[in-house]
Design a protein around this ligand. Structure first.
Ligand code: BLA
Length: 236
């Protein structure tokens, strides 16, 4: 499950001149013999981006995950790309979340960067149950056009492939536009907002407990601090 999306994502990153960065062995791939869960991580250096991370978790019929976050450079004030795809095979349950994650909740910011996502959302009105958010605040770092689906196998096979492709295309299109003359946020403001994103996400992420169960508390702490949310460790 999700390997075709993983391939598509990596192909798309390479097409945009991304190159793979080295990761310590324990982060690159980690397998827990007790839980039989395997996690693989990739870190990409992509022009225009400060950091682009990708995670694939394979915990058999308990859980399958594809998660990716792309942080634009500080001198761009563009939204962060967020992808979180989860499949619980035992319950045949899909949770799919894709968003251009806004740094600020501001109408002119939305007008500037969200046309592509708005169009996509119009085509897939069913992917919009953010009222069912439990742990995150839908008005912090999520857009009003967040693509969010809690569904089943039908959604995985019928709609997700098309949505995924269009979502990536649309994010690249927005990300590649040069608009250095119309920035709303200074590099320092973007930096602070990205730091806050990591702190907020680390605090709210519903995956912490799950990672601890699969891989133990010690590995999970390191993973959270060094790979998922490194800016959360900055003292402010
Ligand atoms: C939900 N994400 C979840 C859940 C899990 C994860 C276990 C709860 C699923 C459920 O409803 O049963 C898992 N999150 C992960 C994993 C990682 C992670 C494995 O960060 C890391 C590898 N989450 C993101 C990103 C977005 C995101 C980038 O990491 C944005 C697109 C969104 N995940 C997101 C949302 C929910 C979710 C909105 C629903 C949470 C809620 O109900 O409030």
């Amino acid at each position: 499950m999700f390997d075709s999306f993983l391939d598509e994502l990596h192909t798309s990153i390479k097409k945009h001149d991304g190159s793979l960065l080295e990761l310590p062995d324990q982060l690159k791939e980690y397998f827990d013999p007790k839980s039989h869960a395997r996690i693989r991580n990739w870190l990409w250096d992509v022009p225009g981006f400060r950091r682009w991370r990708v995670t694939r978790l394979d915990a058999g019929d308990k859980l399958q995950v594809l998660n990716s976050v792309a942080y634009p450079n500080f001198y761009k004030d563009k939204p962060i790309m967020g992808i979180d795809l989860l499949w619980f095979d035992k319950r045949k349950k899909l949770v799919a979340v894709l968003d251009f994650q806004p740094l600020i909740q501001d109408q002119s910011y939305f007008d500037k960067y969200f046309d592509g996502l708005k169009d996509l959302k119009k085509r897939f009105p069913d992917f919009s149950n953010q009222n069912n958010m439990f742990s995150y605040d839908p008005h912090q770092y999520f857009s009003p056009w967040l693509i969010f689906c809690k569904g089943g196998l039908q959604e995985v096979n019928k709609m997700l492939p098309e949505i995924f492709t269009l979502f990536l295309e649309s994010y690249w299109q927005m990300a590649l536009i040069e608009n250095n003359n119309s920035l709303q946020l200074s590099p320092k403001e973007v930096e602070d907002l990205q730091i806050n994103y990591d702190k907020y996400s680390k605090e709210k992420d519903p995956a912490h407990g799950l990672f601890s169960r699969f891989f133990g508390e010690q590995w999970t702490e390191k993973y959270m601090n060094q790979f998922l949310f490194p800016l959360s460790c900055i003292k402010k």
